[in-house]
Design a protein around this ligand. Structure first.
Ligand code: ATP
Ligand code: MG
Length: 394
């Protein structure tokens, strides 16, 4: 079919043509913005779920809501590599400078509270080493605060000094953190503690997050009052929504699915948004007719999409694992869904659960598996078990 009109968006964080099945999350996001405009308290969501369910897309959609309400916003992403982790504060500072520029640019003159906010923003940024980016507004960073070098104190001073300006304009300060489970502990802890302080004082500061299913546990580990967060689990689409996710964007282009083709695609995708996009994309590419996707097209597309998924999703993750980690994952792949650690111990001829701890912890750190509950393990990537069963023993 004509590739120019292919509506599917297989790719991390790419906004899909139809953001189906997420109305309640979007409404809740708008409520945070609207309550903030009225000077009321609100709690921003922290999304968690398996790989490819659409967390980043949701986080971006909520970011857009805040932006269009004129909020001061900054977006950062947690990184696994230690070298990248060291730069978190710089990245945060750079984002803040850009945000401050946008915010200040909308104003013809700066009120006293905005001037104060920008002074601290810029001294925070200078101290964080966001070199090469200057606020280049008529403010003096040496008068600002937030430059002691203690991440928690600096962030708190920053938020404290920005709040009056935000209140004045009925806006908020949103920090949007993707892959929050990988954020360096110092920054994460500082953000959580400031969020906590903000909740106590009704400051319009909001920490939005997205990450893997271990996020609630990870946040609780870093700060004990993380239970005050509003955790929102993001999952696969319902069958009805998955049908819409395939069919609606095609219909917009005057293309329809044969019923059997749609049934089959919905079934193999399991309703996982990333899979929906990859399967839809291949069905579109490989369909032979001009305006109908039939069962044969769907079958060919499924074979091709499986190869695409191997390359884009599975191979690199599998290859990142050490031999011991691969052995444990192979044992897990024998289960459909969750694995009991007790079963894995037997299967691998070990004596006790702690014999698997190092390997298990390594895989959790790499974001390949998580513990859905005590004594259980599960893959973070949907269908990873099927992929592993297809891999030859080496
Ligand atoms: N509600 C939805 N309906 C249809 N497709 C969607 C939906 N949400 C996201 N997608 C598509 O799913 C794919 C994955 O989205 P996204 O990158 O946001 O997932 P994620 O949960 O952040 O994944 P990861 O854990 O790998 O970061 C993208 O191709 C996106 O276009
Ligand atoms: Mg993501």
């Amino acid at each position: 079919m004509d590739q120019r009109f292919n509506p599917y968006t297989p790719g991390a964080g790419k906004r899909p043509p139809a953001l189906v099945g997420r109305d309640s999350e979007l409404t809740a996001g708008q409520v945070v913005v609207d309550r903030t405009a009225r000077g009321r308290s609100a709690t921003a969501p922290i999304f968690h779920g398996l790989r490819g369910v659409g967390k980043t897309v949701l986080l971006k959609a909520l970011h857009a809501q805040a932006e269009s309400a004129g909020w001061l916003t900054v977006e950062i992403e947690g990184k696994q590599e230690a070298a990248e982790q060291h730069r978190t504060k710089q990245r945060l500072a750079r984002g803040l400078v850009a945000a401050a520029r946008r915010t200040a640019g909308r104003r013809s003159s700066l009120s006293e509270s905005w001037r104060r906010a920008l002074e601290t923003l810029s001294s925070f940024s200078v101290a964080a080493g966001a070199s090469g980016v200057e606020l280049s507004l008529d403010v003096d960073p040496s008068r600002g605060r937030g430059d002691t070098g203690d991440p928690e104190l600096d962030l708190e001073e920053l938020v404290h000094d920005v709040v009056p300006a935000l209140r004045e304009s009925g806006t908020g300060f949103g920090v949007f953190v993707d892959e929050i489970q990988d954020l360096d502990p110092a920054t994460l802890s500082a953000l959580i503690s400031v969020q906590h302080r903000a909740a106590q004082n009704d400051w319009p500061f909001h920490l939005y997050g997205a990450g893997l299913p271990n996020v609630p546990a990870r946040l609780a580990e870093v700060r004990s009052y993380a239970e005050r967060f509003h955790f929102v689990q993001v999952g696969a689409l319902s069958t009805t929504d998955a049908r819409a996710a395939f069919a609606d964007p095609a219909a917009e282009e005057g293309v329809r699915y044969e019923r059997a083709a749609l049934d089959r695609l919905v079934e193999v995708s399991g309703g996982y948004p990333y899979f929906v996009q990859v399967f839809g994309d291949q069905a579109w590419r490989l369909a032979t007719g001009p305006d109908v996707i039939n069962l044969r097209d769907a079958e060919v597309a499924i074979a091709e999409a499986t190869a695409v998924l191997d390359d884009s999703l599975f191979h690199s993750r599998w290859n990142r694992a050490t031999p011991a980690q691969k052995t444990l994952m192979r044992a897990m792949a024998e289960d459909a869904g969750r694995s009991q650690i007790a079963d894995l111990v037997t299967r691998l001829g070990k004596r006790k659960p702690s014999d698997l701890s190092v390997t298990r912890d390594g895989l959790i750190k790499k974001g390949l598996i998580y513990a859905p509950d005590r004594g259980l393990l599960q893959f973070t990537v949907p269908h990873m078990d099927e992929y592993i069963r297809r891999q030859p023993e080496s």
